[in-house]
Design a protein around this ligand. Structure first.
Ligand code: DGJ
Length: 377
């Protein structure tokens, strides 16, 4: 029997190899197995590219409604072809220590990782809510690692820009916000008039749905839903990417944008966001700018398709847009089809970005692969 063991082991691994699903394309909305046969667990994700390898970071969700809190942390997968993903483990682990803000049961959402050339390390930013406090804390969290797959060391969570005025808040707007603060406003109106901004001026601005964008010259930006999700705030990061600099702008005050995703093509910055309906899908929005600090011009709903697809963004919400390595002007839109009642079952909607004139658009393809971009040159 002892002699048979190596043979049995070889047979077993061969069986596993044959049983392993090998993908050669994208099937948006379907169960997407990793190379071990488990549905990929990287929700609200982002993509980091190192050479010819893609690293997909996302929220590790567990079963049931409690899966919307973080019981494991941020998981990372790697792939060279974008179809087949290897589980690289937990990049940022929640803590058992009740003294840590990152304690299990807090909320960690939408992790994004960028490489800092200066310090030769990887910096992760994420939306962080404190345990037992719902979505009230509205913090942004930062972690760092020398290796792309981690482990990431948790550094801090904070409110943004306490006592710092944005670059685009005029004296006129300040006066208006002060006047409006004296009125009884309906929920949501506070962001239109800068009243929520003023309310949080001393303690720092809220940060919920967020993303990072690293420009060609290495300048990095944090883009987030602030002021009760009413206004987007775009901030330049410091050179080490570990903090926000004091340079920032408020955009689309009162626009109720969530889930920002950014890409740059031919010198222009494009942004796709969602509206504000919790876990339920809604029509996406798009915008363009020649500068990250704006002015940003609305381009409307980028979805082309049936009325239902336009109303629900293919039953999904944006999370990131990334360039395909080795191809010019080829970008993939990543979105989540949330299942908050059983968070772990959330699905991934990946679709190619197309252009209609100068405007980015998204159409549904139930089966597609990167050769899609061959015809688009
Ligand atoms: C929508 C956001 O986009 C998600 O990341 C999450 O924060 C849910 N809202 C919570 O309701």
């Amino acid at each position: 029997m002892k002699k048979m063991l190596p043979l049995l082991m070889t047979l077993l691994s061969m069986c596993l190899l044959f049983a392993q699903k090998k993908y050669s394309g994208f099937d948006p909305g379907a169960i997407w197995e990793d190379t071990e046969g488990l549905h990929i667990n990287a929700h609200g994700g982002g993509m980091t590219i190192v050479g010819d390898t893609y690293y997909w970071f996302g929220e590790h969700k567990v079963k049931g409604g409690r899966g919307n809190q973080s019981w494991v942390g941020v998981r990372v997968y790697s792939s060279k072809d974008l179809y087949n993903w290897k589980n690289e483990g937990v990049a940022l682990t929640v803590k058992k220590d009740p003294a840590s803000l990152l304690i299990e049961g807090s909320v960690i959402e939408r992790p994004k990782v960028i490489y800092n050339e200066k310090n030769k390390n990887y910096v992760m930013w994420f939306h962080h809510e404190l345990k037992g406090q719902g979505y009230d804390a509205a913090l942004v969290g930062v972690a760092v690692s020398d290796s792309v797959t981690g482990p990431y060391e948790y550094l801090k969570s904070f409110r943004m820009h306490p006592k710092v005025w944005p670059l685009n808040f005029s004296e006129e707007q300040k006066k208006h916000a002060i006047e409006k603060s004296k009125e009884k406003l309906k929920w949501g109106e506070g962001s239109v008039h800068g009243v929520y901004f003023l309310r949080d001026f001393e303690i720092g601005q809220m940060s919920r749905d967020m993303t990072l964008f690293k420009d060609d010259d290495g300048t990095a930006y944090h883009i987030t839903a602030s002021e009760e999700n009413g206004t987007l705030i775009i901030s330049k990061l410091t050179d080490d990417y570990l903090s926000l600099s004091n340079e920032y702008v408020r955009i689309f005050p009162g626009g109720n944008n969530e889930a920002p995703a950014i890409f740059k093509q031919n010198g222009k910055y494009y942004m796709i966001t969602s509206g504000l309906t919790g876990w339920k899908p809604n029509p996406a929005r798009s915008a363009v700018a020649s500068n990250m600090f704006g002015p940003w011009k609305s381009l409307g709903n980028p979805v082309r398709g049936t009325e239902e697809e336009k109303a629900t963004t293919f039953k999904s919400q944006s999370t990131y847009i990334f360039p395909v390595v080795g191809r010019k002007n080829a970008f993939v839109f990543m979105a989540d089809r949330w299942t908050p009642q059983n968070a772990i079952d959330g699905r991934y909607i990946w679709l190619p970005i197309e252009f209609e004139g100068d405007n980015p658009i998204i159409k549904w393809y139930s089966n597609w692969n990167l050769s899609f971009f061959d015809s688009k040159k």
